[in-house]
Design a protein around this ligand. Structure first.
Ligand code: NAD
Length: 287
């Protein structure tokens, strides 16, 4: 059995990150069962994964000559029962994640690796919902997961050594490099990134500068590859608002209370790239 085929991955959630992670795994020869609650999204998830694999191939970021893993899509979490690893990538709402993790951890065999791709919810908090808390670890895959090789790995206080070893083996098979940190709301990256995006949106809201100018300054003067508001559109503004609320509730940091402009964009359904409009308009580009 090859290094890749000994892994059988179940990805729960077929949105921005579920499709990203699935494409990364398939491109590295790992078979994936993708579980998406919303039946309408299952077909679009398949299409998105195909596009991402094409993009990854174009960017030459997949191992050469590697046969792709097989993809199964489903609306039933029961189809995840045979997985050696489950990666939870559902909406950033603590109660939704708790329910999904409780259900799937009761279905898989003891010893299966459980990963949460949460942006901000502490792993110790999520561990209280799973059947065997020591089998849960946080892996914060970046977006796009197949392009950014580094991941933030979050070791909960109860995460076992065996779980850490399994996570390392999977990430090695996926060609990812990990930096391991201890548990905290938002971990390292989003404790820094999310308040920055919120402040950048706040500057636009106050009329200090346009999104183009805010992003242009951070790119041109500070060397950021992508400005914070273009990053917000890539992430999804609905996900950012949910994540900021998680951070605000757990840290009390007023910088984490989502600003009015972001709340307004969510109300209007302008969620970023995934809906064609956010801080920028992507509809003309896509035509
Ligand atoms: N968007 C990013 O750039 C990014 C980056 C890193 C981590 N994350 C984290 O990844 C997770 C997913 O975020 P996203 O941006 O993909 O969100 P998304 O809204 O694009 O997708 C979430 C998907 O989960 C599905 N879902 C909800 N409940 C479900 C259930 N019970 N079973 C199966 N599917 C269910 C929804 O229908 C939706 O399609 C979140 O925790 C988020 O914070 C996001």
């Amino acid at each position: 059995m090859s290094e890749h085929t000994r892994h059988r991955l179940a990805v729960i959630g077929g949105g921005v990150m579920g499709t990203n992670i699935a494409a990364l795994a398939l491109g590295h020869g790992v078979p994936v069962v993708l579980v998406e609650l919303d039946a309408d999204r299952v077909e679009s998830a398949r299409m998105t994964i195909r596009q991402k694999l094409k993009h990854a191939q174009l960017m030459a970021v997949l191992p050469e000559g590697q046969e792709r893993g097989a993809l199964v899509t489903t609306t039933s979490v029961k189809d995840a029962a045979d997985a050696t690893t489950v990666i939870e990538a559902v909406t950033e709402l603590p109660e939704t994640k708790a329910k999904v993790l409780a259900e799937v951890s009761g279905l898989v065999r003891p010893g299966a690796l459980l990963i949460s791709n949460t942006s901000c919810i502490p792993i110790d908090e999520l561990a209280t919902s799973v059947a065997r808390g020591e089998e849960l670890v946080g892996v914060h895959f970046m977006n796009p997961a197949y392009l950014i090789t580094m991941v933030e790995v979050i070791r909960g206080t109860g995460t076992s050594e065996a779980t850490m070893e399994k996570a390392t083996a999977l990430l090695t098979a996926l060609g990812r490099e990990a930096l391991v940190i201890d548990d905290a709301p938002g971990f390292v990256i989003n404790r820094l990134l999310h308040p920055l995006i919120n402040r950048a949106a706040g500057l636009v809201q106050e009329g200090v500068a346009s999104a183009e100018v805010v992003d242009g300054l951070l790119q041109g003067c500070l060397g950021h590859t992508t400005g914070p508001l273009a990053t917000a559109d890539l992430i999804g503004i609905d996900n950012l608002v949910d994540s900021l609320r998680v951070l605000h509730e757990r840290t009390g940091d007023p910088e984490c209370a989502p600003c009015d402009l972001m709340l307004e964009k969510v109300r209007e359904g302008h969620l970023g790239r995934k809906t064609g409009q956010g801080f920028y308009d992507y509809r003309k580009v896509d035509q």
